[in-house]
Design a protein around this ligand. Structure first.
Ligand SMILES: *Cc1c(COP(=O)(O)O)cnc(C)c1O
Length: 459
């Protein structure tokens, strides 16, 4: 695909079609992209569910032995093949060594998470010291806010999206109450302009500029879970800093999806989960980031023994030797079984780079958008579909959110019969996430075919 690199996805699709002598919507284009995809082999590292395992075969209208069309990596990533092996290793170590597993074996439990932090740091553009693997996402968000949100009477607001993910909304709301402030007055919620689906960067920056003196923390998502919009995290961070605010991001839908430069952008803090694009399994070990510049000044509010320097942690002196930066925020010893699954996935990510994945992703999602638009342009009698996600590839990750002019439940059921796994938000939205790590261009083509059939048969 070297000759197509750097082109707008639309152009890449049309050029490929021209050189193949077929229509841009024909399956040959998908095959051509797959053949030239240098990351194609990475799919081999994952277990892709079979259609027959998802649907009773009598309900399926496609060959049950086929791989399903898995487009829900934004919700739960697929299982890396090495997960089972790593889990078995530690179950065996536990069986054979008992407590000695803490310090022996190839993955000593007492510091197992430390050995994979470098791999995670690479994904989010951080140094190893800036990243901790611990807890769940919402827990980490709370721990970080306890240190970064220190409201005063003049500066007490938190700026966030009006339709932030519920957990983030509740976390912010409860942090404000915890500090004795009123969420009605201190939660500054930002909505898109009337008639628009997504926020404009200029509007975000303007609010920060205007209200910044009262804002303690700007707390945004990196990629919006519902619309798929990728925010300009660098610009938001700069604007916040100009007004003296701390700026934090929830990277749940950004980590493993888009290129992040948390360190270079100067982001103050961030948190993310690892079971979406990072494929660590439901409830996997989450990530937290505190910028190096805060390592000696921002202290954790709550302490636990895992925040103590590893070298003297087990001397049990009860004299805290706090690790600098985010490492001091650790509370408990880590669940080794969750370290195993996360390690398996991070190793696959580190066979390539986020830059290479992103480059494939732009084309893969651009191809999806192209096919959807083309499909509907051909036949005005079909129900209307509207792409909520920004059409500019720089303002989105791999996910497209599609809104239909008809109720979506029947269509969704028909899609399931055709082996499609995707996310439905009633009344009328589907979230479709072709993931560059394991989805193929053929998956995208099969999905658009299945969608056409599903719309016809649900009428
Ligand atoms: C997925 C997601 C969560 C989930 O939080 P957990 O603590 O992992 O259950 C929270 N916030 C955002 C933005 C998410 O996308």
């Amino acid at each position: 695909m070297d000759n197509l690199a750097g082109l707008h996805p639309r152009e890449a699709v049309e050029r490929a079609a021209t050189s193949l002598g077929c229509s841009p919507t024909c399956a040959e284009v998908a095959e051509y992209f797959d053949e030239h995809d240098k990351l194609r082999h990475l799919r081999e590292n994952f277990l892709v569910p079979k259609v027959s395992d998802l649907r009773p075969s009598d309900l399926s209208v496609v060959d049950g032995g086929k791989d399903c069309i898995y487009l829900s990596g934004n919700s739960l990533g697929l299982q890396p093949k090495m997960v089972q092996k790593y889990l078995e290793e530690e179950l065996n170590n536990w069986a054979r060594m008992g407590v000695h597993g803490h310090t022996e074996g190839s993955r000593p439990w007492a510091w197992a998470e430390n050995t994979i932090e470098k791999l995670m740091a690479n994904l989010v553009g951080a140094t190893t010291e800036e990243v901790a693997l611990m807890n769940g996402l919402t827990v980490n968000l709370h721990l970080l806010m306890l240190s970064f949100y220190k409201p005063t009477t003049s500066r007490h607001k938190i700026l966030l999206e009006d339709k932030a993910f519920p957990s983030d909304h509740y976390a912010v709301e409860s942090q404000i109450r915890l500090r004795g402030f009123d969420p009605q007055l201190s939660m500054l919620l930002l909505s898109p302009r009337p008639g628009e689906d997504t926020l404009r960067t200029e509007d975000i920056l303007e609010v920060i500029q205007k209200e910044g003196d009262n804002i303690a923390v700007v707390m945004f998502s990196g990629v919006q879970y519902y619309t798929g919009q990728l925010f300009d995290m660098h610009a938001i961070t700069e604007a916040g800093h100009k007004k003296g605010c701390f700026v934090g991001f929830d990277c749940a839908h950004a980590a493993g999806n888009v290129e992040l430069k948390l360190h270079d952008w100067g982001v103050d803090f961030a948190c993310w989960c690892s079971y979406k694009y990072i494929n660590s399994g439901a409830g996997g070990l989450a990530g937290a980031f505190v910028h190096e510049k805060h390592k000696d000044t921002i202290k954790p509010t709550l302490l636990g023994w895992w925040g103590h320097d590893l070298k003297t942690r087990f001397q049990m002196t009860n004299m805290m030797e706090l690790q600098p930066g985010v490492n001091g925020f650790r509370l408990s010893n880590q669940p080794i079984l969750l370290v195993c699954s996360l390690q398996a996935s991070l190793e696959v990510f580190n066979m390539t780079s986020m830059q290479a994945l992103r480059s494939k992703s732009v084309l893969l999602t651009g191809y999806l958008e192209y096919l959807i638009k083309h499909y509907y342009a051909e036949d005005p009698s079909k129900p209307h579909v509207h792409v909520i996600t920004p059409s500019d590839p720089q303002q989105r990750g791999c996910q497209l959110s599609l809104s239909f002019s008809v109720p979506i439940r029947r269509v969704y059921e028909e899609l399931q019969k055709r082996g499609v796994v995707c996310d439905m938000r009633e009344p009328s939205v589907l979230r479709i996430a072709p993931v560059p790590l394991y989805n193929s261009f053929r998956d995208v083509h099969r999905f658009v075919d299945a969608l056409g059939e599903a719309l016809t048969s649900s009428r």
